[in-house]
Design a protein around this ligand. Structure first.
Ligand SMILES: Nc1ncnc2c1ncn2[C@@H]1O[C@H](COP(=O)(O)OP(=O)(O)OP(=O)(O)O)[C@@H](O)[C@H]1O
Ligand SMILES: [Mg+2]
Length: 537
């Protein structure tokens, strides 16, 4: 009843923007002072005619604060709340806000996006969603990363539907946004302290409770504070299949971000120990990006490997979005493809009944797609290391060259004989040390080498692609190459000892050894300053 009254009074105060709230194409309403209103429609931000008068806008802000039992005044000039329809709202008032009262409303859609819709929008592909489904069913721990409004929560919502129906799921959120279709779901929402400074229930508190409530899966809306360490611990101690979102642009930055969250929580552990916790807790990072044309898509699906011997993160991209060009309407074009890098748990996948997800599933040539030039990892089919990259600017790997749309795709992958000595990036010993719970069957290195099934094209790789492979872009990439070189050499030696020898190919594959620079930590990038980010508090 009180809720109905609140909804009714709110509609009166929100009169200038009600039509925008009712428009299903508007996803965000942004009020910058009483005279300026902007909306986001189909990913694009535009200014609209709507205007408030000064008094009614402040009444609206005060009304919202009163209903959620919070104060909005000079001392506490910011407010997070939810509207009766589930929309997320944030308010900042003067003197902090210099343009007058600022209100931003992220609209809540009852009709949630589905996997099919995301595929239709080009946000990712059927194969990528199948791979994620397999990871969910195998209880891999996953982080969905991305910037503000990049589609993290939407992805988490969609992908959590892959969780088997009979599992007990516990969700924790700052504002209820997840709409899981599973039956057995326990939902928690954090609570801010009241005007007397009491009653706060933090994400950490909720995580603490949830671990005592026998969850099969834990889903955490967004990791943003000291709960990070507890979440990693939970992931490392048998709560497999957990999912969370993190505010970071790429898989590399995600590692940095998790690391800084642990450090910020005051845990006194050596950096290497923290990194070890992070890398062994997280199996897969799915990075979401909002591109300059307003489109949202998955930019990376990457696997986190155990730390290397120097204590650096090792990340390999399994699927990646490669941007090819921007057309005259500033629309972004590109393609989403597997990189040819195999997940280290390929054997687990195959022996768990996912027959369709075999080696060929991860080969771009299977889908007549070009080999993505910028990726991290070693291509199983060519033995070539990716040129890194694609982890810098919002996950966009810029490839100079032609458009793909409307063209007959050319097979630019040179499928030489499978030089599969480089079969795993991590030796069983490293895995055993870093991931005590890891399934050792995944590392059956005694398995005979894969037979070459496909025809090997005679032509040379295209100049552009070759160039990208030969010229790493920067020191970070170079150091990554170098690390992969040494890992590859190691693994090759081991496999040569164990695996039955195959007939020698006429010419040994040339593993490029051009990098002279000393090794560096991959994730040297400074963590994002939270103060820069209006969402992060
Ligand atoms: N793949 C997509 N295609 C089109 N629109 C999308 C896609 N993913 C998300 N959106 C829309 O983008 C907006 C932001 O999505 P979402 O809330 O999932 O982002 P977020 O990364 O969780 O944001 P925040 O950082 O603010 O929590 C929503 O309106 C959502 O409907
Ligand atoms: Mg979100």
């Amino acid at each position: 009843m009180a809720q109905d009254l609140y909804a009714e009074s709110l509609r009166t105060f929100m009169a200038p923007v009600n039509h925008l709230m009712d428009d299903p194409e508007v996803s965000e309403v942004m009020i910058n002072g009483y005279q300026d209103v902007y909306i986001e429609k189909k990913g694009k931000i535009t200014k609209v005619e709507s205007k408030f008068d000064e008094r009614s806008l402040s009444t609206l802000a005060i009304n919202i604060a009163q209903f959620v039992g919070r104060t909005l005044n000079v001392e506490t000039p910011r407010l997070d709340a939810r509207l009766p329809d589930g929309s997320r709202i944030h308010v900042v008032i003067p003197p902090i806000a210099k343009n007058g009262i600022i209100i931003s409303i992220r609209k809540f859609f009852k009709e949630k996006l589905s996997v099919e819709k995301l595929i239709q929008f080009g946000s990712f592909t059927k194969e990528a969603s199948r791979f994620i489904q397999v990871c969910v069913e195998l209880k891999k721990n996953m982080i969905i990363s991305g910037g503000t409004g990049s589609g993290k929560t939407t992805l988490l919502n969609v992908l959590s539907n892959y969780i088997p129906y009979d599992e007990r799921i516990i969700t924790m959120e700052d504002a209820l946004e997840l709409q899981l279709s599973n039956e057995h779901v326990v939902r928690f929402e954090t609570r801010h302290k009241d005007k007397f400074g009491k009653g706060e229930v933090s994400m950490g508190d909720l995580l603490h409770s949830s671990l005592r409530l026998r969850p099969d899966r834990i889903i955490l809306g967004e990791v943003r504070g000291s709960e990070c360490f507890d979440l990693l611990q939970a992931m490392n101690t048998g709560h497999g299949g957990s999912m969370a979102t993190v505010h970071a642009n790429t898989p590399v930055e995600t590692m940095s971000r998790l690391e800084s969250l642990v450090l910020m929580s005051g845990i006194e552990l050596p950096l290497r120990a923290i990194r070890s916790q992070v890398s062994s807790a997280i199996n897969i990072v799915i990075a979401a990006s909002r591109y300059s044309d307003g489109s949202r898509r998955v930019s990376h699906i990457s696997e986190i490997l155990p730390l290397d011997k120097n204590g650096d993160y090792q990340i390999q991209d399994i699927f990646i979005y490669t941007q090819t060009h921007r057309d005259e309407n500033v629309k972004i074009h590109g393609y989403f493809a597997p990189t040819g890098v195999l997940p280290t748990f390929i054997n687990l996948i195959k022996t768990s009944g996912f027959k369709d997800v075999d080696e060929d599933f991860f080969d771009p040539a299977t889908y007549k797609l070009e080999q993505p030039p910028f990726y991290m990892g070693i291509n199983y089919f060519t033995g070539k290391k990716g040129a890194g990259g694609g982890h810098g600017e919002g996950g966009e790997a810029i490839v100079k060259g032609k458009a793909r749309e409307g063209e007959e795709p050319k097979k630019e992958v040179v499928k030489e004989e499978v030089k599969a000595e480089i079969k795993k990036e991590a030796t069983p010993e490293i895995v055993k040390k870093s991931k005590p719970e890891f399934d050792m069957d995944e590392f059956d290195i005694s398995e005979p080498k894969k037979e070459v099934k496909k025809e090997i094209p005679k032509e040379e790789p295209k100049a552009e692609v070759k160039k990208a492979e030969e010229k790493p872009k920067d020191n970070i990439v170079q150091s990554f190459f170098k690390k992969l070189d040494s890992v590859a050499d190691n693994v090759q030696k081991k496999i040569e000892n164990v695996v039955q020898k195959q007939p020698e190919p006429e010419k040994k594959p040339e593993v490029e050894k051009k990098i002279e620079k000393p090794q560096q930590v991959i994730t040297k990038k400074a963590p994002k300053n939270d103060d820069d980010d209006w969402e992060d508090f």
